[in-house]
Structure formats: structure tokens, C-alpha cells
Design a protein around this ligand. Structure first.
Ligand code: 5GP
Length: 193
């Protein structure tokens, strides 16, 4: 098991409905040293890939993306889920279905912060059905920029997102891929990497 898989086994909580709770270290309380190790690992996995910006989606992707960005020396832009008066000028907007909240959100990025020619690494905490990623990918493409790669902390390999994104030809790297989990027996298994 790698460092993230070990941490999931130690501190993750399996909930009914195929939800893995990792709020002790990933998306509520955040273990920054763990994020740092994730940053080192993404840097290794995307060695030689040209990247000039990281994109993520609020809220839980932001912390991870910021620490990962330090390893790449690039800025982070995060997609917002709500319109606000602080979001002015022209915007790219995509519709995204939320796995955890069971509703449809818009994801919004100001046109100022994604430009043609950008080579973007997309970072997020989870990959389930791939809806969040599809929204981010469509914004990158609308801007005439390129998805240089996608880095995910935890992919739920028994849901369809990973396969769909890999079939589209993207370089997708997930640090932990859960192959099965069971709330009743509190067991979790990972795909060998
Ligand atoms: P997708 O769009 O790939 O179906 O779902 C990805 C998003 O849903 C992630 O950004 C994450 O916030 C949330 N998500 C999906 N599955 C889980 C899960 O098992 N646990 C947690 N905590 N969040 C999840």
C-alpha cells in the first residue's frame, strides 16, 4: 500500500451509498504533510509534462491543489460553484452533477484566468462518475487551453468516471484507486498500481 492508501485504511470511514469519508485528513481537517507528499508524487508522475497552471473546483480541491502547486511552481485557479458580485466580466460556465449533494451545479471560471495555450493540470480530491472533471475539462477546452493531465487523490474504481476519462485519452493519475469497499464489514480494497 502507498502512503495515501495506508492513511485511508487508518482514518477513512466507509459510509453506506458508496461514500468514503476522509474528513479527518483530506477534505475537512487537512493534513498538510500528507498533501505535500501527494504533491511530490504528482510531480513524479507528471515528470516531463509541460504544465503552467493548476485548475481545481471548490471547495475540497482547493487545499490539495495549492500544496501540489508548490511542487510545480505554478498558480492555481479554482472553479466556483456560485455566482457572486466578486465574479465580474466574462465567464466560462459548465453544468456539473454533484455526486455527494445529488444536485446540479454550475461551475464558473472567469475568462481572465484561463487562456488559449495554457497547459493545465486538473487536480481534485475524488473521482466518482467523472461529472466534476467533465465540467472542468469543458471549461479548459472552451478557453482554447489544453488539459495536460489530471491528478486525483482518491478514485472510486468501481464507478464509471476513471474509465470514461481514460477512454477519452487523458493522462489520469489517481494516487489511490478503490476497487471495492463495504460499509458493513468496514473493509476497503485498492487496485494494485
Ligand atoms: P464525480 O463528479 O466524479 O461523480 O464526483 C466527484 C466529486 O464528488 C468530488 O469532487 C467529491 O467532492 C465528491 N465525491 C464523490 N465521491 C465521494 C466520496 O466517496 N466521498 C467524498 N467525501 N466525496 C466524494
Amino acid at each position: 500500500m502507498n502512503f495515501l492508501e495506508e492513511r485511508i485504511v487508518k482514518d477513512g470511514v466507509i459510509k453506506p451509498g458508496n461514500v468514503l469519508k476522509v474528513d479527518k485528513f483530506l477534505n475537512h481537517q487537512m493534513d498538510i504533510e500528507l498533501f505535500n507528499e501527494m504533491g511530490r508524487e504528482f510531480k513524479r508522475r507528471f515528470e516531463g509534462v509541460e504544465i503552467n497552471k493548476i485548475m481545481t473546483i471548490e471547495a475540497s480541491g482547493i487545499g490539495i491543489a495549492c500544496i501540489v502547486a508548490q511542487h510545480f511552481g505554478v498558480p492555481v485557479v479554482f472553479a466556483k460553484k456560485t455566482q457572486s458580485i466578486n465574479l465580474d466580466g466574462e465567464m466560462y460556465i459548465a453544468e456539473v452533477e454533484s455526486f455527494t449533494h445529488k444536485c446540479t451545479n454550475q461551475v464558473i471560471v472567469s475568462k481572465k484566468f484561463v487562456n488559449p495555450g495554457d497547459k493545465i493540470l486538473i487536480i481534485d480530491d475524488f473521482l466518482a462518475n467523472g461529472c466534476a472533471l467533465q465540467g472542468l475539462i469543458s471549461i479548459v477546452h472552451d478557453a482554447g487551453a489544453k488539459v495536460a493531465g489530471i491528478g486525483i487523490a482518491i478514485e472510486k474504481g468501481f464507478q464509471s468516471g476513471g474509465k470514461m476519462i481514460r477512454n477519452l485519452g487523458f493522462k489520469l493519475e489517481s494516487l489511490a484507486i478503490v476497487s471495492s469497499m463495504d460499509a458493513e464489514s468496514n473493509t476497503i480494497e485498492f487496485m494494485p498500481q
